[in-house]
Design a protein. Structure first.
Length: 349
């Protein structure tokens, strides 16, 4: 996310510098400043900021020209007006709007240029010409590098986060069955952590966009939180695996746990694919009730046998099964949220 934004911003500024140098504009730095001031993460947001900036600049030119015409060449009056103009330019963007900030900044430029070299109101014409070129550069860069903003990237990161977190679940569930020495999950743990952190960055960028205001943010936020929840379930499974010996303990009872973990993974990967492709949201997967019954019977037999070396692994296996059941129950909730966020109906069961 940050790399893409940086490359796009650098390209926009480079194009602005090139145009300003080749065109020989009177105040070429305004082109670069105009490009930087309105460049946003997508073409639509950049377009809206351009309209706001142009409107604000036009109002600032009218106010600044009127101020200069009223003051004339009285330098002491211009110096007195400068702090007030700077205060307006600094305060207006936060208190009023981006357009008001552009208007205030334009008034500051009128006062400054007439203090340095009295040029009257005509400096406003140069200002509007140069910033309009900069705005055009920003819009072109937005259309070329990232026309639709962070929405697509966020969906891709959602799919990646669910896939990597589900891989982590499978790896840690297998550790419970065969033991930490026989199965390792470090790679899956790092992959899940990186994917969830990338998703968080993409979600923050998405929230900053104008287009996010019309989206169902509650459902999107629930989907983002769901990916972190799947990862936390895998972390809990890993902690359970740490309570076992190096050889696991009840491998014969854990076959259904492995199978259920793979079924959970398949559903979450399918959910991510549906989010990226905007296709039908899958129904919760059908659980293997026979396999769960066999697991419970095996655990019951191990506990009833009274062997202390078997009771601990049996309870860990049971707790691991409960974690997978929670992830299965989460599927219904996330399916509804995905359906609400995308407007795509769920698949019929």
């Amino acid at each position: 996310m940050w790399l893409q934004n940086s490359i796009r911003g650098a390209a926009g500024l480079a194009v602005a510098v090139f145009i300003a140098q080749r065109a020989g504009l009177q105040h070429a730095f305004w082109v670069v400043l105009g490009t930087l001031s309105v460049l946003r993460s997508n073409a639509l947001s950049t377009g809206w900021s351009i309209l706001s900036a142009l409107a604000g600049t036009a109002v600032g030119i009218v106010v600044g020209a009127a101020l200069v015409l009223a003051i004339g060449t009285h330098e002491s009056v211009l110096w007195a007006a400068l702090p007030l103009a700077i205060l307006l330019a600094a305060y207006a963007p936060r208190a009023i709007s981006f357009a008001a900030g552009q208007a205030g900044f334009t008034v500051v430029l009128f006062v400054l240029f007439n203090l340095i070299q009295p040029v009257g109101w005509k400096v406003g014409l140069v200002r509007i010409e140069d910033v309009a070129i900069g705005f055009g550069v920003s819009l072109g860069v937005g259309l070329l590098f990232w026309p639709r903003g962070a929405g697509n990237l966020m969906r891709e990161n959602l799919a990646s986060a669910y896939s990597r977190a589900a891989d982590y679940v499978v790896a840690t569930a297998h550790q419970i069955v065969v033991g930490r020495e026989a199965a390792h999950a470090d790679g899956q743990a790092h992959g899940a952590a990186a994917a969830v952190h990338q998703l968080d960055d993409a979600f923050r960028q998405y929230l900053a966009e104008r287009s996010a205001r019309s989206a169902n943010l509650e459902s999107i936020g629930a989907l983002v939180a769901g990916a972190a929840r799947v990862r936390r379930s895998a972390q809990s499974l890993s902690a359970l695996a740490g309570m076992l010996g190096s050889d696991g303990g009840l491998t014969r009872c854990g076959e259904s746990l492995d199978a259920e973990a793979h079924a959970v993974r398949s559903w979450y990967v399918t959910l991510g694919d549906a989010l990226v492709r905007d296709t039908a949201v899958p129904q919760p997967h059908v659980r293997d009730l026979g396999g769960r019954r066999r697991l419970l019977e095996c655990v019951h037999a191990a506990v009833a046998g009274g062997d202390k070396e078997q009771i601990g692994p049996a309870l860990v296996l049971l707790w691991g099964s409960q974690h997978l059941e929670h992830l299965w129950r989460l599927e219904s909730h996330l399916g509804r949220q995905a359906q609400s966020a995308s407007g795509t109906p769920a698949e019929s069961s």
